[in-house]
Design a protein around this ligand. Structure first.
Ligand SMILES: [Zn+2]
Length: 363
């Protein structure tokens, strides 16, 4: 419930009270840093122990961005673009010859893929919406294509977060913009001659009723003493309130698993209740990480523990989530003809085998 409290770093600045909004946090940050930087001098990047690394990375990256440097920039002042929200810091950076513009990390004023190297130090922990911040950093960096252009590695594994997919349904302007951005990166990588295998962890479904309210089956209250484990329980409540479509349940000692399964199966929104052995066979799960029962929800429902254990306050868009059979089918795309054995069944992790072993030799 209190995962929005971030550990303060570099000066006791913010123990974020839960009640503070993102806008208030930005304002508090700006007030603190404006005062700090007004009375401070710029310390050049050569003075920090990050310099050997920063210098070598910068040498290979002609288009560089450092976000929120304040007066402690780590990349070379010459040739790097800086973005910060503090006016005194921006003025002093410019006075030292740096190119510095106003720009919050959650809304960077740069085009997709504009930079080969992006650096943000001591900043993400000060931001309320850290996923948005990381998504922005990824958006403006062309890391994959730039690495391919400068270093020619044999293998690159590139991944995105699923923030956009959680927040925006397919076909909306935001989702289309995200896909167009991926297309641009991929076509650049394709043009460089790389074999590309493209796939996904999982699909995504709207988990709401017609009015846009989340549809949740809370499992803990259904069976006395049951321990409900939700694999989606992670700090990113902004994405999904820790609500997904898969749960496993440890029953109390002596409980009848058949009676418990029958009780849960009666709930509206439950698609499937399986005994552990059945679930492990069906989904190739490791038995030591599965409880007595496995529950999967319908496409438009999610599973929760108990209402008081789910913080839905971070959900600023209708709930979209994953984890069920309804999100099991994903694309698996390779940009080359493949030599494949007949009747082969594909899973997403086959992306590696397809790209490395199955591409048809041309000519
Ligand atoms: Zn997710």
């Amino acid at each position: 419930m209190c995962d929005r409290v971030r550990a303060p770093a570099r000066g006791a600045l913010i123990a974020t009270p839960q009640s503070r909004s993102s806008a208030e946090l930005v304002e508090a940050n700006r007030r603190f840093y404006d005062a700090l930087w007004t009375d401070a001098r710029l310390i050049p990047p050569e003075r920090f122990n990050t310099w050997p690394l920063a210098r070598s990375l910068a040498a290979a990256a002609p288009r560089r961005l450092e976000v929120a440097p304040g007066l402690r920039p780590r990349l070379p002042l010459d040739g790097t673009q800086f973005a910060d929200v503090s006016a005194p810091a921006l003025a002093k950076l410019r006075a030292c010859g740096a190119s510095a513009v106003f720009g919050p990390i959650t809304e960077l004023p740069f085009a997709d893929g504009a930079f080969d190297l992006v650096c943000a130090l001591d900043i993400v922990e000060h931001v309320d919406d850290d996923e948005r911040a990381l998504s922005e950093l990824a958006r403006v960096s062309a890391a994959g294509a730039a690495l391919l252009e400068t270093r020619r590695p044999d293998l690159l594994y590139l991944s995105t977060s699923d923030y956009v997919q959680h927040k925006h349904a397919p076909g909306t302007p935001e989702a289309n913009a995200f896909c167009a951005m991926l297309d641009r990166y991929l076509s650049r990588i394709d043009a460089l001659g790389a074999v590309i295998a493209l796939t996904a962890d999982h699909g995504m479904s709207a988990k709401t009723d017609a009015a846009g309210r989340p549809q949740v089956v809370y499992l803990a209250g259904l069976i006395d003493g049951a321990r409900v484990i939700l694999p989606i329980t992670d700090p990113y409540v902004v994405h999904h309130g820790a609500l997904g479509s898969y749960a496993t349940i440890y029953l109390p000692h002596g409980a009848d698993p058949h009676a418990a399964a029958a009780r849960i199966a009666r709930e509206r929104g439950v698609a499937l209740v399986l005994h552990a052995s059945e679930a492990c066979d069906m989904f190739e799960l490791p038995r030591d990480r599965v409880g007595d029962l496995v529950v999967i929800s319908d496409a438009d429902f999610v599973l929760g523990t108990a209402p008081e254990l789910h913080d839905l306050s971070g959900l600023d868009a209708p709930l979209r989530s994953h984890g069920g059979l309804s999100e099991q089918t994903v694309p698996l795309i390779v940009n080359r003809p493949l030599a494949l054995e007949a009747g082969r069944r594909f899973r997403n992790f086959d992306a590696f085998d397809l790209a490395l072993n199955c591409v048809e030799e041309s000519g």
